[in-house]
Design a protein around this ligand. Sequence first.
Ligand code: APR
Ligand code: PHB
Length: 389
Amino acid sequence: MRTQVVIIGAGPSGLLLSQLLHKSGVDCVVLERRDPDYVLSRIRAGVLEQGMVDMLERAGVSERMHKEGLPHDGFTIAVGDNRLRMDLKGLTGKNVMVYGQTEVTKDLMDAHDARDAEVIYDAENVTPLDFDGDNPRVTYEKDGVTHEIACDFICGCDGFHGVSRASVPDGAVTEYEKVYPFGWLGILSYVKPVDHELIYANHANGFALASMRSDILSRYYIQVPAGTDVNKWSDEAIWNELKIRLGAEAAAKMETGPSIEKSIAPLRSFVAEPLRFGRLFLAGDAGHIVPPTGAKGLNLAASDIHYLSEGLIEFYGEKSSAGVDAYSSRALARIWKAERFSWWMTTLLHQFPELGAFNAKIQQSEMDYLASSKAAQTVLAENYVGLPF
Ligand code: APR
Ligand code: PHB
């Protein structure tokens, strides 16, 4: 079999790329290791920048998002019982869309089903080969049979633990990493959100976030030490902690109920450089990870796909390799800005007892400065709503 582009991974990066390439008449095949239900079972972030909303429109998958998504013009930062609202719309003229990653993925899957697109699920032992030359190929196994696809380009959209980055020869890639000594314990529960906007809180007990998926489905997180066993946290203990950390005003209004999902995600910053190895590209979580504090993970995947799809479409449409040649450096320039912002939000809003009293004082003065300076708030807001791409 032969196609123009093989995409490894059917998460949001891979499916969005495939959808945009299809719109421009570029042929591709998507190879996914798991089944669709597994891909949809992963609960992840839910804040879309305007740039990503525009991309979903261009990809023809924005109808349900505009119907069910919740545009948010701001959010609150709570420190103890002090609350500071970030007026995103007033400060930048832009807002964000609260719509779960699972829903984005589902809309992309439905669009693929509707056009009978080539997405091969349960593909085992996917292996990118010969990408250092002009004739790359990918092999995989399905139902015990080995298949091979010859192609022009391979796009590794297979997440942090995927095969694509792991296939690059040692020494060709440089990895930058920072691992935080804590994770986020998240719960999803059919209760009314505590506020119509998100609340990010820094309390002496640790960070907390009140988020939502709809008017009846809430998503909450609390900071827990790395290595915490999720089973040690009952729903009741989590609700109690949320009430303490989010402050009295939120506590008084908070509806509680059984969790329908409960899990712990570690916090990590990670970047691989470069993002191109001959005819293999890395995009999304395959190339970088941000801690979730700035809600940048999914949006960064989308900006990678913007640069990569443009480059590939230009390659076939205009017979120019300028766009694919520029992919890695264009994407990395934006990735590092989002890494910086996510690190900064994480540093501002979490407890770091191991860093001592000096660090705590600096954190407090950073909050005071933010509260008193429109310039500081504008810096936060323009990064939160998303830098241009
Ligand atoms: N072969 C084929 N598919 C694979 C392989 C493999 N060897 N390894 C992983 N995959 C698949 C996974 O099963 C998954 O469906 O690649 C997909 C990668 O999806 P994600 O991990 O969601 O990564 P990405 O599409 O880049 O999405 C980025 O996800 O983790 C969040 O914060 C992140 O929101 C961001 C988004
Ligand atoms: C979420 O709703 O899951 C969410 C929202 C904002 C974040 C991280 C996660 O910064």
